[in-house]
Design a protein around this ligand. Structure first.
Ligand code: MV4
Length: 503
């Protein structure tokens, strides 16, 4: 087993990795930018190294500074988390060349899956279904037009070096293809330094289902079933669950086996995910993510596997702890992402200081957070504050439990996604499992402003209640603001309550 690992990340995932390492008796080494002094991942780690000013380009993205911190700390391995450098082949390569263990797949695997046309060709060769289209980069506008007329509109043009929806262009009209191709290639050149573009048939309302994989360095691969990630906004997921509510046992087996073929085709080592689009009883390979993902906890809750522990065991050269038939699904799990964005203001990022934080608890509730009271939430990094995850026997119990946990959850000091998530947990289509990647566009009422909740009043009550609970007082509080008694949380009009009729 590794003895030490440097966590090249911040926020909730850095804390998540620190905890998993410490659970295994591995010394956890944090790094931090100027903005993250005293952050929870830093406090929790066994050691921490300053790597530069707040901007990520001068800290968390600086390979030289990370390697220097690794050298100074004597770290044996580097865990990249997600985002930042997690899927940069040159980082994995630099880590290995420095004589350290990269907790993730080989640099060549990262590079091969980062090129979306190469990934498509690999999957076709492995017998994994891909969206109809072409697998080679398109050479000219004329060729784009020819392929489009073969497969028919609508089509989507994608950057070979893209992924995650960046540089995607939907074309509805054959006459527009050549111009769209030029624009897409130009954008791809500017964004990724690579103007290669490929074509797929466009699926209008697909569901997004992904399969979790783990491979060890002894040639074995298992999958840990699927996650449903259809509720998203501009490619940022909001709610994820496992298993997918609309997959029967037969389809579950089909998609799991396809994901295993994908992993075997690239000799996958580490934790990874195969993303599929699902439409009309068919599924199609989309991308392979060569990292631990934000939504990994829902898989952990239904399989009982600690995926970060597995990553560290795999990186230590250990065999996979379980075989495929030892990984059943038990119950249902849901994750809600709490971000510092205002859902009723076009998801405007919201900055501020965390004035109060009340984290839910009780049976089947998990909070993977990266902030504490006093944390400054700025605009330098991703807005993810933490993730609320619940597990229950079945989907409707899990939804009720999530609604309850969201009611308990309280963060004061900035706008968050929590009110929107509460609404989703009561929305009939969500309850019925009628999900698609167009869910939010199809339910615009969820994004309309709450009926005059008296935001300041609610906030004052929240902060006062937090203070009350912090002092360990039990009696019902009488909260007074400027001489006027304020209502208790439970006394607020229903429209002001997170779980009230207005939500
Ligand atoms: C698509 C598609 C429809 N048809 N490809 C967006 C993220 C990137 N990984 C690929 N994406 C899509 N590719 C074809 N041929 C629709 C999407 C898409 C999407 C995919 C997954 C999750 C959310 C999405 C939201 C909008 C569009």
């Amino acid at each position: 087993m590794l003895k030490s690992v440097l966590v090249a990340n911040r926020g909730e995932i850095a804390l998540r990795v620190v905890r998993a390492a410490q659970d295994l008796g591995i010394r956890a080494i944090a790094v931090f930018s100027e903005a993250d002094r005293g952050a929870p991942h830093v406090v929790a780690a066994d050691e921490a190294y300053h790597i530069g000013p707040a901007p990520a380009a001068e800290s968390y993205l600086r390979i030289d500074r990370l390697l220097d911190a690794a050298r100074r700390s004597g770290a044996e391995a580097i865990h990249p988390g997600y985002g930042f450098l997690a899927e940069r082949a040159e980082f994995a390569e630099a880590v290995t060349q420095a004589g350290l263990v990269f907790v993730g797949p080989a640099a060549e695997t990262i590079r091969a899956m980062g090129d979306k046309t190469e990934a498509r060709r690999t999957m076709i060769a492995a017998g994994v279904p891909v969206v109809p289209g072409n697998a080679d980069p398109i050479a000219s506008p004329a060729e784009a037009g020819r392929i489009a007329s073969e497969i028919g509109v609508p089509i989507v043009l994608k950057a070979a070096a893209g992924g995650g929806g960046k540089g995607m262009r939907v074309v509805e009209d054959l006459g527009e293809v050549a111009r769209a191709y030029e624009a897409c290639a130009r954008e791809a050149e500017a964004a990724f330094g690579d103007r290669s573009v490929y074509v797929e048939r466009y699926l209008p309302r697909p569901r997004h289902i992904e399969v979790q994989l783990c491979g060890d360095s002894h040639g074995r691969v298992v999958h840990l079933h699927e996650r449903e990630c259809s509720i998203q906004r501009r490619h940022q997921k909001l709610v994820e669950e496992a298993p997918s509510p609309l997959l029967g046992p037969k389809d579950r087996t089909r998609i799991g086996e396809a994901a295993l073929r994908a992993a075997e085709a690239v000799g996958y080592v580490g934790a990874g995910t195969v993303e599929f689009l699902w439409q009309d009883d068919e599924f199609y390979f989309l991308e392979m993510n060569t990292r631990i993902q934000v939504e990994h906890p829902v898989t952990e809750m239904v399989t009982g596997v600690d995926l970060v522990e597995w990553q560290l065991r795999i990186a230590s050269g250990e065999p996979l702890p379980l075989s495929q038939d030892e990984i059943p699904i038990a119950g249902h799990a849901i994750e809600c992402r709490i971000t510092s964005e205002s859902p009723f203001d076009g998801f405007l990022p919201s900055a501020g200081s965390v004035a109060g934080l009340e984290v839910p608890g009780g049976p089947g509730v998990r909070w993977d957070g990266g902030v504490g009271v006093g944390s400054q939430i700025g605009l330098h990094y991703d807005p993810l504050l933490g993730k609320l995850i619940v597990h229950a026997a079945d989907r409707s119990s899990a939804i009720r439990r999530m609604a309850r946990a969201l009611d308990e959850f309280l963060i004061a000091g900035m706008a968050t996604s929590a009110p929107l998530l509460r609404r989703i947990m009561h929305e009939p289509d969500y309850l019925a499992g009628r999900l698609s990647t167009a869910y939010l566009e199809d339910h615009p009422q969820l994004l309309s402003e709450a009926p005059s909740p008296g935001e300041r009043e609610v906030l004052l009550v929240a902060v006062a209640l937090l203070e009350h609970r912090r002092r360990g007082m039990r009696a019902a509080p009488r909260i007074v603001d400027g001489g006027h008694p304020l209502p208790r949380w439970a006394d607020l009009p229903r429209s002001c309550q997170p779980s009230g009729s207005g939500w």
